[in-house]
Ligand binder design. Structure first.
Ligand code: NAD
Length: 359
């Protein structure tokens, strides 16, 4: 229990969550439930056809589309979407996709107060968080506000079948990283920790099956269930060193979001090993592994994911700069960050060496 029963604060997040194969059929009913009639369908360019598929289930005269959502929610894209919202008298947003489509939907909700219905197609978890990251003039800034939390989430497992295997694995590790950090968060609580352990276990079991059989509804269903739980952890408690590192590496070296999480999480678990032993025991139990860091590293390796920052395109000369950026701004973490230990960890991660617990 990690002492969490002594005293804790639990902030529950309001959301209507609908889960099941084929549940996208209910999107029109959900628009009606919100007393709305003029939705804007938001997707990336890659997923525009999926947006059309959803549009066919709605009144064609009332639906508008915006198929230009882009990773990291750049402000010029949001501005263009807001023009469509105003010009077409939109009264709700339907986002279909991963964190990029959902990020744009949240950016619209933040400025307009419009309700959101979200149909996730990755395991990133943004649909159940009150968090929005936006990029303006090359700077990404993140804020937490209930104004961006989607009102309705429809988890239709069939929408995840097309997610390529490598993206599925990386996105799954991204989700697991939310749960790992939730277990040792300063504001950890028993409910979030239950979700974290169950979420890690569901993903650790299902991801290797997805690699073998990407069309397996059973494996995809378990992975999506795990992603929901892990996303809820991200939405409910504060994240630590791992999320800070991924934010820095993504911003400074333009590394891909989910694969960076997949490389780093085992190393950060090792970094925190002796400062959060009871959390590590729960992670190991969920992974059915000897210890948390080896279990996380072995999972990434077994899923054939890149295990080095070098493979993601980070220059070795960037390590010192990364450490400098990580040391800026405070964030909560079981073990205080220190320059030599961070440098040591990043050098191992850069090479792809197995994680090493540090005293
Ligand atoms: P993404 O939404 O950028 O999707 C990656 C690519 O895969 C896109 O080209 C997309 O069109 C495609 N794709 C998505 N689902 C697919 C499917 N089922 N089949 C085929 N192609 C599919 O990736 P992501 O990892 O979900 O999101 C990353 C973004 O989300 C980042 O900007 C990140 O910062 C943000 N994020 C935010 C939060 C939050 O709580 N605010 C949480 C997690 C991630």
């Amino acid at each position: 229990m990690g002492g969490q029963l002594d005293a804790f604060t639990y902030n529950a997040l309001p959301a209507r969550v609908i889960m099941g194969a084929g549940k996208r059929e209910e999107v029109a009913a959900e628009v009606g439930r919100l007393n709305c009639a003029r939705p804007l369908i938001v997707t990336t360019r890659d997923q525009a056809a999926l947006g059309e598929d959803i549009a066919r289930r709605l009144d064609a005269r009332q639906v508008s589309r915006f198929a230009d959502a882009t990773m990291h929610t750049p402000w010029p894209v949001t501005q263009r979407a807001l023009e469509v919202v105003e010009g077409s008298r939109i009264d709700c947003v339907i986002a279909i996709g991963g964190g990029s489509s959902i990020g744009l939907s949240k950016a619209i909700a933040l400025r307009t107060g419009l309700p959101q219905i979200v149909l996730p197609t990755t395991y990133a978890g943004s649909e159940v968080t009150p968090i929005i990251g936006e990029t303006r003039d090359g700077q990404k800034s993140t804020q937490r506000t209930l104004d961006v939390l989607p009102e309705v989430v429809i988890y239709d497992v069939e929408l995840t079948l097309s997610l390529p295997v490598t993206l599925s694995s990386a996105s799954g590790l991204n989700a697991i990283a939310h749960a790992v950090e939730a277990l040792y968060a300063a504001d950890a609580n028993p409910i979030t920790s239950l979700m974290a352990e169950e979420g890690i276990a569901a993903l650790a079991k299902s991801l290797p099956h997805i690699v073998q059989a990407p069309d397996s509804i059973e494996a995809r269903r378990a992975a999506q269930y795990g992603a929901w739980l892990c996303g809820t952890c991200l939405g409910t408690v504060g994240m630590g060193l791992h999320h800070k590192i991924c934010h820095v590496l993504g911003g400074a070296f333009d590394l891909a979001h989910a694969p960076t999480h997949a490389v780093m999480i085992s190393h950060v678990a090792a970094y925190n090993a002796f400062s959060a032993p009871s959390s590590m025991a729960r992670i190991a139990r969920a992974l059915k592994a000897r210890d948390a860091w080896t279990g996380l590293y072995d999972l990434a390796t077994n899923l054939d994911l890149p295990v080095s920052l070098e493979a993601l395109g980070m220059p070795e000369t960037g390590i010192d700069r990364a450490v400098e950026l990580i040391m800026q701004n405070t964030y909560s973490n079981p073990r205080a960050p220190d320059v030599p230990a961070l440098g040591n960890m990043l050098r191992r991660a850069w090479k792809g060496s197995p994680p090493q617990p540090m005293e």
